[in-house]
Design a protein around this ligand. Structure first.
Ligand SMILES: NC(=O)c1ccc[n+]([C@@H]2O[C@H](COP(=O)([O-])OP(=O)(O)OC[C@H]3O[C@@H](n4cnc5c(N)ncnc54)[C@H](O)[C@@H]3O)[C@@H](O)[C@H]2O)c1
Ligand SMILES: [Zn+2]
Length: 369
């Protein structure tokens, strides 16, 4: 198909029910949310040039054939271990072997691990080439594929090497997430609830009304879910592309306690579940500070339970506290916390003491028993 102009894009959307969200401000990513998207990418990009594809051992076999011709395919080992410098240099070798030059395109096909690693390869190959991202997990569709953060882990810690390199296009095909294991799918739901509590209460209400359809993974419900989260993430990121103004910090709601639970438990707590528990603690604390109505923590808990997300911390404060202090969001030992507010956007506060956080955490912990 010839280059897709705006009118053609609008027509396509009427026929197919795809949602097209365009990045604004300085943030150039366009996001398409729909079904059977993988075979239709050039309708949107206007380019027939075959991309070099990076996938993993699951997403390659499941989805790569739908993409049509390609310059090459690199298969990353599955899971967090795939996201390291050794695999990055293997990707570079594959790009060299395929003769990919500065005009080439790299396409990430997978969850956040593939997106982060392939994204960093695109950011650095020949000082930066075009990146397309086809996220295949709910977490990647609602969160990691949008925002331009790419990178890999070092033995010294997670995400220590990276760059901002936004994908030119993100294609979120919601049919892909139907093959995810329940526990993996749920990790994306934890992040979706965060947009409801932190950004738009109207969206929280929509989640409450549609929880069963979402859990069943009904395609219309997934389309709305992913399109709404993408819209909110694009908007926050456009406000604060390089994480300088503080707007982007709102996306860390639930993450301070969440990360501490993840690391302190040796990753028995998964990311989205940890964020859910962290949101419960943040809600409890916000209530104690008079910013969150009495009934809101229970309402949040009902929604998390409807999504079958474990959301009660189960480790003593003393075990998680050492990991809190290592958090990047702690300045000089005092917490910088993102707290929810009834009917409004969450906000970043640096006037809350660690003791107040501990009390709220312990109140949640007691409820778990
Ligand atoms: N860049 C960012 O802004 C950002 C934000 C949040 C998280 N992240 C990163 O994202 C990563 C986590 O992402 P993730 O949860 O998508 O994990 P992941 O990429 O490891 O995927 C989880 C598992 O699901 C499999 N899988 C992928 N798609 C599937 C499908 N459609 N059906 C069945 N199985 C499928 C994968 O092979 C993998 O085994 C972490 O490394 C985290 O640091 C990055
Ligand atoms: Zn997160």
């Amino acid at each position: 198909m010839a280059h897709a102009g705006c009118q053609m894009r609008a027509a396509l959307m009427e026929e197919t029910h795809d949602a097209l969200l365009q990045g604004r401000g300085d943030f150039p990513t366009n996001v398409v949310v729909g079904e059977r998207l993988l075979s239709r990418l050039s309708d949107f990009t206007g380019s027939e040039e075959a991309p070099f594809v990076v996938a993993d051992g699951i997403t390659g076999p499941l989805f790569a054939e739908f993409l049509g011709t390609r310059r090459g395919l690199f298969t990353l080992p599955r899971g967090e271990e795939g996201k390291n410098l050794e695999n990055l240099s293997k990707i570079y070798a594959a790009l060299a072997a395929a003769g990919l030059d500065r005009s080439g395109t790299l396409l990430a096909l997978g969850g956040g691990v593939v997106g982060d690693t392939a994204g960093f390869a695109a950011a650095t190959w020949m000082r930066g080439i075009r990146l397309l991202n086809c996220p295949t997990t709910l977490l990647a569709q609602v969160d990691s594929a949008i925002g331009g953060k790419t990178g890999v882990n070092l033995p010294e810690g997670k995400n220590l090497v990276g760059a901002f390199h936004p994908a030119e296009w993100v294609f979120s095909d919601v049919e892909c997430v139907r093959s995810q294991a329940d526990e993996d799918f749920r990790q994306g739901l934890g992040e979706a609830v965060k947009y409801g509590v932190g950004e738009e209460w109207g969206f929280f209400g929509w989640l409450e009304e549609n929880a069963r359809a979402i859990l069943r993974r009904s395609l219309p419900a997934l389309r709305t879910l992913v399109a709404e989260c993408s819209r909110m993430k694009l908007s926050v990121v456009a406000e604060d592309e390089h994480e300088r103004s503080g707007a982007r910090a709102r996306l860390n709601l639930g993450h301070t306690v969440g990360h501490a639970l993840e690391t302190a438990s040796g990753y028995r707590w998964r990311h989205g579940d940890g964020v859910a528990a962290g949101m419960m603690v943040a809600g409890r604390l916000a209530h104690r500070l008079g910013e969150f109505r009495e009934e809101e923590p229970a309402r949040l808990e009902r929604l998390l339970e409807a999504f079958r997300i474990p959301c009660r911390p189960d480790m003593p404060w003393d075990e998680i506290a050492p990991f809190l202090a290592r958090d990047k969001k702690f300045t000089g030992g005092a917490p910088r916390l993102v707290l929810p507010r009834t009917g409004e956007r969450c906000r970043l506060r640096d006037d809350v003491t660690l003791a107040a956080l501990r009390d709220a955490y312990e109140e949640e912990l007691l409820k778990a028993r």
